[in-house]
Design a protein around this ligand. Structure first.
Ligand SMILES: [Zn+2]
Length: 114
């Protein structure tokens, strides 16, 4: 779907990293290395990789390190590591903090949580 396409170069990089990781997870499942886990849309992964490559965007070397944790928790209900609230918004999932903690850390002048 076009409205879920990455827009900025940064988003494309992230999408390509995720697509790369997604394909890897699916391969591992086919080989029986893992069972269960998130459902991977292979066609979408391949499409994003192809279209990323057209723009000169390739998976980063640490793509899997960056993306795997998100994949592994994507089938679950993600919780805020600080307070245990569910991460309900896209923004909070990306930050791995609930909206309340996000607000909190913004109010702290240093911005660096302990
Ligand atoms: Zn929280």
């Amino acid at each position: 779907m076009a409205d879920t396409d990455p827009i900025t170069r940064e988003e494309w990089q992230q999408a390509v990293d995720f697509a790369h990781t997604g394909l890897l997870i699916d391969s591992a499942r086919q080989y029986g290395l893992i069972t269960g886990g998130p459902e991977i849309d292979l066609e979408r992964c391949e499409e994003l990789l192809r279209r990323g490559a057209d723009q000169g965007i390739w998976p980063r070397r640490n793509a899997v390190d960056l993306c795997l944790p998100t994949f592994l928790t994507s089938g679950e209900r993600p919780e805020c590591p600080r307070c245990g609230r569910l991460l309900t918004t896209e923004r909070s999932r990306r930050a791995q903090l609930c909206e309340v903690c996000l607000e909190d850390s913004r109010h702290q002048s240093g911005g660096q949580p302990a």
